[in-house]
Design a protein. Structure first.
Lengths: 319, 323, 406
């Protein structure tokens, strides 16, 4: 596929921003700046960057709990992301929802449900609404390999398929559901194999290659945008860190993790773009520095932001 | 005014509202082509087409979750879960998602979703097709819950539910579908959070829910013949719950009895009794009484089923014991 | 709006008080600050003044005990309001103006409260919250109300029923049933102390008859000179003064007990038994050892007046080391007095009566004789000591001039 320089630069910038957001979150969490837990998506950024690069403004998205950086791809500023993580009033959920409830109604980012997988039928409902609106919007539902075993994934896939809803199921298969490896919970070789049971076309992408993800999702989106019904893509990647920050992953082999590090999606993209003459070291450094500054400002903004007060505890319960 | 069934009143509400707002869509099991197993959605498919009235697979998660998603993205879905009992197949979606989506996401979203269910005993329907558990739903902050006891309230409350921008669980009682009552021809609504005093009295306040309102009124008539005047109150919605009307009544009568078809333990009556003793303690001449279903799953055998759910004479005896 | 008159808290640890005597009566118009009744706590009698002007409507029973802060009467602003208060309340039964003069239950004069109210374990009246609220507002004493509600509890209609048809005094049963007179707080206190004293001390009484002819002569002389010396000397005064040197010689008779330790009191704080209207008070005169006969006399007079007027303070009743009780005026010769407080001895004085006596020279003469009797605590000292003590009193009483030398 031939891509324009602008497209590649944007793709790369988005990828690096996601990476730096993930890194910054690990750093801030370790410094005790976030209550609760975070689930780092370090290493899996290509899955979301590649998929979101296929989006139009009228598309909606349900993110998942990992790679919170993906919300930056759907219109949420890094200031808001960090404010949400810190439980501040300036976050998208005003301090009430936390890291798992970063949303933007105006940008079509609906959030997720902490009981993972049960929210996939919600994404199907969004698809129903988009179909009725008739503006060509598609509902993107991101979920992990663990969540796809929950009943509602299957119910949503079934419903979307029989109703031919404009929906794309994007599975971020990082091979681990907390401590349980995929081999122990999947009776078929690929999650993508399940699509056939629902009459959906599917693809398998290299989750560590942002362009491969982009291309495969684009192929499926042609099908979906034509009104044929839903499709499913499985992006194979690896969960580089623990399920949550602090998880020592004693149940995994360090060698395997190190091997995956060789395939890091950011390094690969940089190498490729340098080879193709799209990027040079200077540009890379500039992009990185700009993002660093953006994130430092965002961190400061979040830290200086006020917390919600107890008087506001009932706000937002009812319209 | 015309005298129509509870069922027709609901059906009229759906037709009338769908004519007014194109965003209202209806889906659930067997609701479209068949018009619903209880016939509540009859005629909608014919009038509004497959674009707005849809049959789903047997998939409560898809119905409830799908309804929520559609609501978040701008539609106004009125979905049906055939039996209240099946709502529990998607209880996660109801309790965590439908109820909480607005609050957890900083108030960004509105959830104009109505989930209609049929509840209550049905002469041998058994332990998984006869449940009443408004109290389980009351426990989730963020939901609104309506339980009409007559055709007038059924139509008025359903219209309010559909026009609400908050999620509503609309509990219809199977044994009320064929009940006839006067309903105005013109458009009207019944507000949420406003109890109805069905019968005035000075000796005891009986708060009753849904189908049990009828039994409360029967009991009141029998008590009247014994010289005891009962005031019967139908809350109509348990979220929001109009306690002020109940407090004012208890201040007058000095006695309170709560009657419901759900199980006794942790039922709606437990909540009402607790609030009443806290607020109007000094006006009580007797402890607050609760009459509810026995703490067993509803039995299949008809005699046992009748025994398990509250009967009118139990209410009469309980009131006499309070005098 | 009617103003409440409540049981006052008139002592640091006072939790209840008993209605004593209504100084103002039902229907009287009272001024703010006027004394309207007396109440008693376990120590003493207290005057209660009106908190406001108004027409008095009494809602409590004389002789009954009420907790502090409970309403015992109402003050109506106007005749109209007063009538309304009365209309709400039943015409009260004739409550006794003051508790009975003697300890014996006076048949019929003190109508017994019927006590029909249902009670729970522990004595709390079984009434619904609503009934309590209504009763309080109408000034009805729940203790008098019978209950017909569930579980026999008093409900609102019972309160209204009580007001419409107050229970009649049980007439037919009076002749068969004893009249029940509840104890006043003073009576209860006396009763408790007497029983405790007898329970905790090994009390023995001994007596001796003494020839008080000389003492009578001295007494009469001092009486004649009352204006000169400034007070009327009494026999109690004389014996009180006599105890000073006697107890110096018998310190164990001026003592108390603490566990296994005998406490020898350094001073003579004399407890004098005084008969008062409602019972008995035993006020204390401190440091009699430092007083002259006149001072002792004046002190005893002062404290006795205070006792009879019901004006004793708590401190007037504390700290006694030795008690004298003069029962001669009743008149009786002999008694077995009960030791008072944390003391070891009580001295009783009988009547003075002229009797024939055999003199030293064998002649019979008419002499004034008095029996003195002493109860002592055998835990502290023995008969020999007691007898020695009594001998010394006898000697001094029979030779009163020796007082000058002491």
């Amino acid at each position: 596929m031939k891509y324009s320089k602008e497209f590649l630069m944007k793709l790369y910038t988005d990828l690096v921003r996601c990476r730096k957001i993930e890194e910054k979150m690990i750093e801030m969490y370790a410094a005790g700046k976030f209550p609760g837990h975070i689930h780092s998506g370090f290493g899996e950024e290509a899955v979301f960057t590649g998929a979101c690069a296929t989006m139009n403004p009228q598309d909606w998205m349900k993110q998942t709990h990992r790679s919170i950086s993906s919300t930056s791809l759907k219109g949420v500023s890094t200031k808001e992301i960090f404010a949400d993580c810190m439980g501040k009033k300036t976050g998208t959920s005003k301090g009430i929802g936390g890291v798992n409830h970063i949303t933007s109604r105006e940008n079509g980012l609906i959030g997720l449900s902490g009981s993972l997988g049960c929210d996939i039928s919600i994404a199907a409902g969004v698809a129903l609404a988009l179909k009725r609106e008739g503006k060509g919007g598609v509902s993107y539902a991101f979920f992990g390999d663990g969540a796809q075993n929950r009943g509602p994934f299957h119910e949503a896939a079934n419903l979307a398929a029989v109703w031919k809803l404009p929906m794309i199921f994007v599975c971020d298969n990082n091979k681990f559901a907390i401590t349980t490896p995929i081999e122990k919970t999947l009776p078929v070789p690929n999650i993508a194999d399940r699509a056939a049971a629902y009459g959906m076309p599917s693809r398998i992408a290299d989750g560590n290659d942002v362009l491969d993800v982009y291309e495969k999702v684009s192929e499926l989106m042609e099908y979906v945008r034509a009104g044929n019904g839903p499709a499913l893509i499985e992006c194979k990647t690896y969960r580089m860190r623990g399920h949550f920050e602090g998880d020592q992953v004693a149940y995994r082999s360090k060698e395997v993790t190190d091997a995956w590090a060789e395939k890091d999606c950011v390094e690969r993209m940089e190498r490729r773009l340098k080879e193709e003459g799209v990027l040079d070291d200077e540009t890379i450094a500039r992009i990185r520095a700009e993002i660093d500054q953006e994130l430092d400002e965002a961190e400061r903004f979040a830290e200086e932001s006020p917390e919600p007060t107890v008087d506001e505890i009932y706000d937002g319960l009812y319209a | 005014m015309k005298k129509i069934t509870y069922l027709k009143a609901l059906n009229d509400a759906l037709h009338e509202e769908m004519r007014q707002d194109d965003k209202i869509i209806v889906f659930g099991e067997d609701v479209a082509v068949d018009g619903g197993v209880f016939c509540v959605t009859k005629g909608l498919y014919e009038e509004f087409g497959a674009d707005r009235v849809m049959d789903t697979p047997v998939s409560e998660s898809a119905i409830v979750g799908g309804g929520l998603g559609a609501a978040l993205a701008g539609q106004r879905p009125v979905v049906e879960v055939m039996y209240t009992d099946f709502l529990l197949c998607a209880f996660n979606e109801v309790f965590h998602n439908v109820a909480k989506w607005r609050y957890l996401n900083g108030g960004q979203f509105e959830v104009p979703l109505v989930i209609r269910c049929a509840e209550g005993h049905s002469f041998g329907a058994g332990g998984e097709h006869s449940n009443c558990f408004a109290s389980l739903l009351m426990h989730a902050p963020g939901l609104k819950i309506a339980l009409p006891s007559n055709p007038y309230d059924a139509k008025g409350l359903l219209k309010t539910a559909i026009r609400e921008n908050n999620p509503v669980i609309f509990l219809e009682h199977k044994q009320l579908y064929q009940q006839k009552g006067e309903v105005p021809e013109e458009d009207y609504t019944v507000p949420f959070g406003q109890a109805n005093i069905c019968r005035e009295g000075s000796d005891v306040t009986i708060v009753a829910l849904s189908f049990m309102v009828g039994r409360a009124l029967e009991a009141a008539e029998q008590l009247h013949n014994m010289g005891i005047e009962a005031e019967v109150i139908d809350p109509r919605t348990v979220a929001p719950l109009d306690m002020d009307t109940i407090y004012a009544s208890v201040k007058k009568t000095k006695r309170l009895l709560v009657l419901e078809e759900g199980n006794l333990t942790c039922g709606v009556g437990a909540e009402i009794a607790s609030r009443a003793q806290a607020e109007v303690f000094d006006y009580l001449d007797a402890p607050v009484a609760r009459i509810a279903a026995l703490d067993v799953p509803v039995p299949y055998n008809l005699t046992l089923e009748a025994y398990a759910i509250p009967q009118t004479n139990q209410v009469v005896e309980a009131v006499q014991a309070m005098m | 709006m009617a103003v409440n008159v409540v049981m006052p808290k008139a002592g640091l640890t006072m939790t209840h008080g008993t209605i004593g005597e209504w100084i103002k009566q039902e229907g009287d118009r009272v001024e703010k600050g006027e004394v309207i009744l007396n109440i008693e706590n376990e120590k003493t009698t207290i005057e209660v003044v009106s908190p406001h002007e108004g027409i008095l409507h009494i809602t409590s029973e004389a002789g009954e005990e009420y907790p502090i802060s409970e309403t015992i009467a109402l003050l109506a602003e106007s005749d109209e309001e007063y009538r309304a208060l009365c209309a709400a309340a039943a015409p009260k039964e004739e409550a006794p103006a003051a508790p009975a003069q003697s300890d014996a239950p006076a048949a019929g004069s003190a109508p017994a409260p019927a006590r029909p109210a249902p009670r729970m374990e522990g004595g709390r009246i079984k009434a619904s919250p609503n009934a309590r609220r209504v009763a309080h507002g109408l000034g009805v004493d729940l203790a008098l109300v019978a209950g017909t509600g569930p579980g026999g509890r008093i409900v609102e209609r019972d309160v209204h029923e009580f007001l419409k048809n107050p229970p009649a005094a049980p007439a037919a049963s009076v002749s068969r049933q004893p009249t029940r007179v509840p104890m006043t707080s003073m009576r209860r206190t006396i009763a408790r102390r007497m029983v405790e004293s007898l329970r905790d001390k090994a009390q023995v009484t001994a007596s001796v008859e003494i020839d008080v002819s000389e003492l009578v002569a001295l007494h009469d002389k001092l009486r004649a000179a009352a204006e000169v010396i400034g007070t009327k000397i009494t026999y109690t005064d004389l014996f009180a003064r006599m105890m000073v040197p006697v107890l110096k010689k018998h310190p164990y008779a001026n003592s108390g007990l603490e566990g296994d330790d005998i406490l020898l009191y350094p001073n003579l704080n004399l407890s004098i038994a005084v008969s008062v209207d409602n019972g008995l008070q035993v006020p204390v005169i401190r440091d009699v050892q430092d007083m002259s006969l006149v001072e002792v006399s004046q002190a005893i007079k002062g404290i006795s007046r205070k006792a009879r007027d019901g004006k004793l303070a708590a401190s007037d009743l504390e700290g006694g080391t030795f008690t004298i009780t003069n029962v001669g005026m009743f008149p009786i010769d002999f008694g077995t007095p009960i030791i008072n407080g944390n003391q070891s001895t009580i001295l009783g004085l009988g009547r003075i009566i002229k009797k024939p006596a055999v003199m030293e020279n064998g002649e019979i003469a008419v002499r004034s004789m008095m029996t003195i009797f002493l109860t002592f605590d055998h835990q502290v000292y023995d008969g020999a000591e007691a007898c020695g003590l009594m001998q010394d009193i006898k000697e001094l009483a029979e030779h009163p001039e020796r007082l000058l030398a002491q």
